[in-house]
Ligand binder design. Structure first.
Ligand code: 6PG
Length: 251
């Protein structure tokens, strides 16, 4: 495993999943000890699935206080929760259906709701209610997991999208013509950057070019704009995704 500032390169996706699961359990233990609960925001897409499966294994799950854990989502596609493209469904199948977390402590985005703006506002209100944030205050997650798209998007914050400039709303509805499912709900930068710890999970050779670009100076791509104001930023990658990164090149 090689690393620099906030980049840890794991040998392969399985090692990355274990490393991420350890990180989540440690963060959960610390949060419950310090604040009595753990606020975890899940990523969508395919890459986190192995981490969720790992976290559901007894070796990790039995160290989690699921009764004190609250689950949220970084983004969702405009599909029902049982749809193959649903981020909720992916998380449910790989983790949530396998661990003893109280149902009311899993807050999914209602991507299937036809009025997307209303769904975004409703989720923002649910976040505030569950986390106890006052008007104008930002919810502060203990851990936010994020993925990286080959165009540099993260959550559903895509290059060129007006939502990249959002400063007030915690949750927004976005329409991304280039995406397989254009209509989506997403957390916005103010919320992502208010987190205590943001962890990117990135695997595969197809991500090598974009990872190098995002981690290089001033790319201005959405994933590069995730910079916690008072928190930690961690990049967990596998060797294939980091193949073009100077750290790998140096070895
Ligand atoms: C989504 C995700 C998105 C994802 C990236 C990477 O709903 O699509 O939240 O931001 O993390 O597209 O996706 P993969 O992990 O599948 O490569």
């Amino acid at each position: 495993m090689a690393s620099d500032a906030n980049l840890t390169i794991c040998a392969d996706p399985a090692t990355l999943a274990e490393t991420a699961a350890h990180l989540i359990v440690d963060a959960a233990t610390e949060a419950v000890r310090a604040r009595g609960r753990f606020l975890l925001c899940l990523a969508g897409g395919e890459t986190p699935r192995e981490t969720y499966r790992c976290l559901a294994l007894p070796a990790f799950s039995e160290r989690m206080r699921w009764d004190q854990t609250w689950i949220f989502f970084g983004d969702e596609r405009a599909v029902p929760p049982d749809h193959p493209e649903s981020n909720y469904r992916m998380a449910y199948e790989s983790l949530l259906s396998k661990v003893p977390i109280p149902e009311h402590q899993v807050l999914r985005m209602h991507g299937e709701q036809s009025d997307a703006d209303a769904a975004a506002a409703a989720y923002a209100a649910e976040l505030a209610g569950a986390i106890g944030t006052k008007r104008g205050e930002l919810p502060r997650f203990d851990v936010v997991l994020l993925g990286l798209g080959i165009d540099g998007h993260t959550a559903s914050l895509f290059p060129g999208s007006p939502v990249l400039r959002e400063v007030f709303r915690a949750v927004a509805a976005v329409h991304v013509a280039a995406a397989q499912i254009p209509q989506r709900l997403t957390l916005t930068f103010p919320v992502l950057n208010a987190a205590a710890r943001v962890v990117f999970l990135v695997t595969g050779p197809e991500k090598a070019k974009i990872l190098r670009t995002v981690l290089s100076e001033h790319s201005g791509l959405p994933a590069a704009l995730v910079r916690p104001t008072d928190g930690e930023l961690i990049w967990l990658t596998d060797r294939a995704a980091a193949a073009l990164h100077p750290v790998s090149q140096a070895r």
